[in-house]
Structure formats: C-alpha cells, structure tokens
Write a protein of this length. Structure first.
Length: 478
C-alpha cells in the first residue's frame, strides 16, 4: 500500500472529513519543525507548506493543509518509530525480529485527543538522547566555522617545538578536549593531555603522539562528524524497537561490550570482533546458556580456507592441536589452544556466531581489535558469566571458577535468558556526555548513507497529494 493509499484509507475511516483543528495544526507543525534535532529534514514533513496553506485561508487551501498534515503525521510516525531505512533489507548479515506494526487510524485518534503524543515516538533510550545532544553541539561548531585542517608534517611528540602547536591548541579547544594551553610553540603539558583525550574518544591509542592516524582524525571535517551522528540516529530509529533496556550489547565498531540493566551499564569490557573480510553480523537474540570449557566445532569455511592447506604441509597439525573428526565435523577439545577459551555464551542465530572467551588475551591490548572470523571474544568472560548467573544460587562465581579450573565441560542454562544485541555504532556518547567516534570498518555507514540519499531523492521528486482524491467538497474553515 502506498502512502497515498494509506492517507485515503484514513479519511474514509473518518467519513472523508477534515481531521485537524487550528490548535492541532499549530501543535503538530511545531513538533514537525523540530525534526532537525533528530537529524531529519523538516521539509520531509511538509512543515513550511502546511503553514503557508493555513495563511492562505481558502476552503481549498485548508483542505489541502489537512491532507498534508495527515500525510506528514503518518510519515513522521513511521520514521520516528522505525527509521527511513530497514537495515534488514539493505544489509545481508543482519537478523532482527520483524518490526511491529501500528494502526494509522489509532495514531490519528490518539493525536486528535492530544497532539503532544507525536513528540514521544522516537527511541526512548539515553543513547539516542545523547546523540541528539551531540548533534546540536557539532552543529553549533559548524555554525561557528568548524576547524582548520592541520598541515601534513612529521610526528609531533611531547616536548617538540613546532609551528603547528597553536593550530593544534585551537583545534582541540573547539571540540572541548583542551581548556587551557601549553607554551605557544612547545608541544607539552595540557596540550599533550588533550591529545590523549582526543585519541581515546576516537578509538586511537592514547600515547600523545600526533602521528598520521591522529592527524587524520583531527582533520575529519565537522560536516562529516555531523553526518556520522545523523546516520547513527537513523540506525537507532531503525533498530531501537529490538533493543530492550536490559541487555548484553556489543558495539562492533568500537570493539567493546556492555551489560546494561535498566539502561544503566553495570559491566564494560573490550572485545575482539570480525575483521573486514569476516564482518561480525548485526543481530538480536537471547543468551540461553553458558558452556564452561567448551568444545569448538570448526566452521566449514575455516576448514576449507585454513585447515586443509595446513594439513597438506603438516599432517600432524590436528593431533598437536587436540582436534579430531566427529560425525563429519572437525572438533577441538577444551584447552589452552581452543579459540573459544574457557567460556562460551550461546544464543540462537543463523550465522553461527558466538560470544566467548579467548586463548589469546593479548589481543585486548590492541586498539585495532577487528581480528576474528566474525565471533566475539570477551575481555571479562568470567565477570559476565557471574553477572548472568547471579540469580542462580547454585552457580556462585567461586563454583564457576572451580569448574573451569577442573577442565570439565559443563553447560549451565540461564534461569532468565538475557537479551543480546550486536550493533554497530560509529558514534556514541558516554554517561558524562563525551562524544566518541569510531571508524566505519565495515562500510555500513557508507551503505546506509547511499540508501538514505536514494530514498530522499525519490521523496524530493514526489508530487503533492491530490486533495480531490479524498474530498468531494472543501473542508471549510477550521
């Protein structure tokens, strides 16, 4: 059903009469005009045209205004509830539950009773509100002229004397990383600490050295930062319905994870995620059990692409790595070389992805942690297991650690399955308001931007709704 069909159906349900009072029009257009705060273009929702038709005042204009307002309300509700892009339809490696539907007629009835209900349709999550605040902040920076591009040059190390230091100070002040400044041309003191803060919130090693990666991050135009925030707001609108307030969430772009209870993070940790050739999928599911000292069933792709070539050169590879064939599968016994480590967290998904411990904890020291074949390795798996089993008196942390030490494979079911969300946030805010950015390692932002551009271009070419389709006569003044 097209948007025009839905609008026509709404008017048929209400006897082909005008729906909105003058107070409704004023209140609703006020909300629509604020759509920019959510990273949207208010022109998508006819705000200016609705106000213009109201000033015209003829019966035909008021009729057209009513129809445009109804179309705007329905479109705005759809966008705020579910976004403009359905990620599941544009990215193959996603798995989210089917979007819930809503009744256009019920929405109209609700808004006719109180148009304020329109302002509460977006994601009700602190992360979304944090991004809105970040968007406003970076728009203010843009309005003030943004920041200068730092010229290429050698690495700038603490104690160096350089003519670029004043420009670096100014750049860091603009984004709030620096309050004071060091001696005019000496790279030291507060400036070094500000660079470290900047590096940390951009996923770079906070060593205080302004090298190529740090310089590149400093030189990303403010317009691009705004675009990234807008894309992540869209992603929240698209996926927010599948993100409950209590969950275990992995942010693949940041290679980090959190256990969140009632929208409050209670456990944070680093993760290792899929490399660009083996991207970790986006999905939501539920952790149903934890396996202590798990066996590893080697995926067919790893067998064909990695194991078989090794076996041609080294026939004893399987024995040395405690691997054996079982029912047509290649299985590795629990132990120090098992890539799942000592714990595996199981949740249903069509990609065969796990969240688990690792036999290579040294990877967590890296800031580039896109190193796996798609599964997720956790920095603090025992802490997570203890938290998930906290309500089960039979499995205190001491017992978890004892069973792991014994080496016996044990599967422990969760009394209450824990929702798990594997997401991709290239920008997000910390509880103190710090705005963080990460690289678009999988190109998901670029693909989302392309789809959004195509949708909005199509909308821009759409013709105005024909009011005569819905009314035989004008509404008359309201």
């Amino acid at each position: 059903m097209t948007d025009s069909d839905i609008v026509a159906q709404v008017y048929r349900q209400f006897g082909n009469r005008c729906l909105w009072s003058a107070d409704d029009v004023a209140g609703i257009t006020t909300t629509l005009s604020k759509a920019a705060a959510d990273g949207l273009d208010p022109s998508e929702f006819h705000a200016a045209a609705i106000l213009r038709l109201g000033k015209t005042g003829t019966p035909e204009a008021l009729r057209d205004r009513d129809i445009l307002l109804t179309d705007a309300v329905l479109h705005y509700a759809e966008v705020m509830r579910y976004g403009e892009v359905d990620t599941s339809a544009t990215e193959q490696d996603t798995e989210f539950p089917k979007r819930p539907t809503f009744s256009a007629e019920s929405l109209i009835v609700t808004l006719m009773q109180s148009h304020e209900a329109l302002s509460g349709l977006g994601p009700q999550a602190p992360e979304y509100e944090g991004l809105k605040t970040a968007l406003a902040r970076y728009r203010r920076i843009h309005g003030s002229g943004g920041w200068k591009i730092l010229p290429d040059g050698p690495n700038l190390r603490p104690g160096d004397v350089s003519g670029v230091v004043p420009d670096l100070n100014e750049r860091l002040k603009i984004t709030g990383d620096l309050a004071g400044a060091s001696e005019a041309h000496v790279y030291s003191g507060e400036t070094v600490e500000a660079v470290k803060r900047f590096q940390a919130r951009h996923g770079l090693g906070p060593d205080g050295v302004v090298g190529p990666k740090t310089r590149a991050a400093l030189n990303v135009p403010v317009e691009d930062r705004i675009r990234t925030i807008q894309l992540n707001l869209e992603r929240w609108r698209d996926l927010g319905y599948a993100i409950p307030p209590t969950r275990f969430e992995v942010n693949v772009a940041a290679a980090s994870a959190r256990l969140i209870v009632d929208n409050q993070s209670v456990l944070d940790m680093k993760t290792v995620v899929g490399d660009p050739k083996h991207p970790t999928p986006m999905l939501s599911s539920k952790i149903t059990d934890i396996v202590l000292n798990p066996y590893w069933t080697v995926p067919p792709s790893i067998i064909e692409n990695e194991i078989r070539p090794i076996l041609k050169r080294d026939p004893g590879y399987l024995d040395r790595n405690n691997m054996h064939w079982q029912d047509g599968n290649l299985v590795q016994d629990p132990g120090g070389t098992n890539p799942l480590g000592k714990l595996r967290f199981t949740f249903a998904n069509k990609f065969g992805v796990y969240v688990h411990d690792t036999s290579a904890p040294g990877l967590f020291a890296n800031y580039d942690r896109a190193r796996s074949h798609g599964c997720l390795r956790l920095e603090k798996p025992v802490d997570l297991a203890a938290a998930l089993l906290a309500s089960n008196p039979d499995w205190p942390r001491e017992k978890i650690e004892r069973v792991i030490a014994e080496g016996k494979t044990v599967k422990v079911g969760l009394t209450t399955p824990m929702p798990v969300v594997i997401a991709y946030w290239t920008t997000f805010t910390d509880p103190d308001g710090t705005v963080e950015f990460r690289n678009d390692v999988y190109g998901r932002d670029e693909r989302l931007a392309a789809v959004l551009a195509a949708i909005r271009e199509k909308q821009g070419h759409a013709t105005a709704l024909d009011s005569n389709v819905y009314f035989a006569e004008g509404c008359g003044p309201s």
